[in-house]
Structures are given as C-alpha cells and as structure tokens.
Ligand binder design. Structure first.
Ligand code: SAH
Length: 218
C-alpha cells in the first residue's frame, strides 16, 4: 500500500513481532490497514504507536498489540462470519476484513458508528457492516457466528452471546474480576461452553442490557 505512513506501519509491525505476534496473516492485516484513518486528525502523528488513543465520546482505539493477540488467538481460516461488539473507531473492524469473509460490527454510540463507517469507506473497505445498537443482545438475524469479539469489559458474559455461536465457534470477551480485568475465550462444543483465560486486559465498559447499566459502569 502506497502512502506516506508506510514506514511507520512497518515499524509497528516490527513492534508487534517483538511482542510475540508471529501469525503472518495477522501481521499482513496490520500492514494493509491504515490506522491513521481511524484516529482523530489531531492524533494522526501518533497513529502507528503501539498505544491506545482517545477517539472522542470518552472511548479509545485499542492498543495494536492487544488487538493482534485477540486476532492471533482466533486463528481464522478466512471463511468465517464474525460479530464484533464495540466498533469504536472501526480499526479492528478493518483488520478483521483482511482475515475473514464477513464482519458485522455493533456500536452503541451513534456518532462513533457513523465516524467508523466514514473511516472504513475512506480506507476502501466494503466487507463490513456497522450497526448502531446494544451489542450485549448480539444480533440474532445473522447468527450463528464463527467468532464473536467483544471490545469492552463486562461484569459477566452476556447470556445471548454464547447462544449465537456456531458449534466450535469462539467468543472473546474481557470480564471484570474484582479490581482487574481478564480476557476470556469461550469455545462452544455442542451444548457445552469451555472457558479459557487469556490473561489481564484493559478495556472501557460494555454498557447495555446484559452489561453495565449507564450508572453502574466502573
Ligand atoms: N476495537 C475498537 C475499540 C473499541 S472501544 C477500536 O479498534 O477502535 C469500545 C467500544 O465499545 C466503544 O466505542 C463503546 O461505545 C462501545 N460499546 C460499549 N458498550 C457497548 C454495547 N453494549 N454495544 C455496542 N457497543 C458498545
């Protein structure tokens, strides 16, 4: 991809590699996604730093290493249908379009959803749909999903989500556990759900019917 940020992107990829990201498809997705289109103009000069950045409305674009760990853990084959909850800037949505066939993303704050749609369009990405709504309910009409990724921390696993996983499908969600947040991976095996821990995490609150109420968010 030719733009004036190519050198910065290459450096970000080196950073991801040194943080243990080795999946070539994931590294390629970072190489193909213009993160500077997904951050506010005033922060463009910092777009390829491996840090989370504010995107307005009290929300943040996640740290690239955190997102890369998410994506590497999912080991996509390329033909999956994925539900993303918490579009935010749309950057992770864009990364996903390079790794799977279909991405459906839900954002509760309308201004962010609209900005994410504009950024995806500017990046020439058409394989993703951004919807406005409460992602804790999932999105039944297109279920089941091969993977569901939740980009905001919840007090517990929202009940509708495991129910919308395909058999063998995987849900990744940060859960608040006392003072700390833990990233969990749930895999559906028939009617069983198997839980795995993926270590500590830092996310903004998931606000919705099956997440935090507006007033109870930490
Ligand atoms: N991965 C994103 C960062 C997301 S920050 C990125 O790359 O930019 C988490 C987002 O989740 C915020 O935009 C927040 O508004 C949204 N969110 C919180 N609760 C939600 C809910 N119930 N449904 C949908 N989106 C939600």
């Amino acid at each position: 991809m030719r733009d004036s940020y190519g050198g910065y992107r290459a450096r970000l990829i080196e950073q991801l590699r040194s943080n243990g990201i080795s999946d070539l498809a994931v590294l390629r997705a970072f190489g193909e996604t213009q993160r500077h289109l997904f951050v506010p103009d005033a922060l463009r000069h910092r777009a390829y730093e491996d840090v989370s950045l504010p995107i307005g409305m009290g929300q943040t674009i996640s740290q690239p290493t955190t997102q890369a760990r998410f994506l590497q853990a999912l080991a996509f084959k390329g033909d999956e249908r994925v539900l993303e909850i918490g579009t935010g800037s749309g950057y992770q949505t864009a990364l996903l379009t390079h790794l799977v066939e279909q991405v459906l993303s839900i954002e509760r704050i309308p201004d962010l959803a609209r900005a994410a749609r504009r950024a995806l369009q500017a990046a020439g990405i058409h394989a993703a749909t951004v919807m406005i709504g409460d992602g804790t309910l999932g999105w039944k009409p297109l279920a089941p999903y091969d993977a569901i990724l939740v980009s905001a921390v919840s007090p517990s696993v929202p009940a509708p989500l495991p129910a919308q996983l395909a058999d063998g499908g995987c849900l990744i969600i940060p859960i608040q556990d006392g003072e700390r947040q833990e990233l969990r991976r749930l895999v559906r095996n028939g009617n069983d759900i198997v839980h795995h821990s993926m270590g500590a995490a830092t996310f903004v609150p998931l606000i919705g019917v099956h997440g935090y109420g507006d007033q109870t968010a930490p």
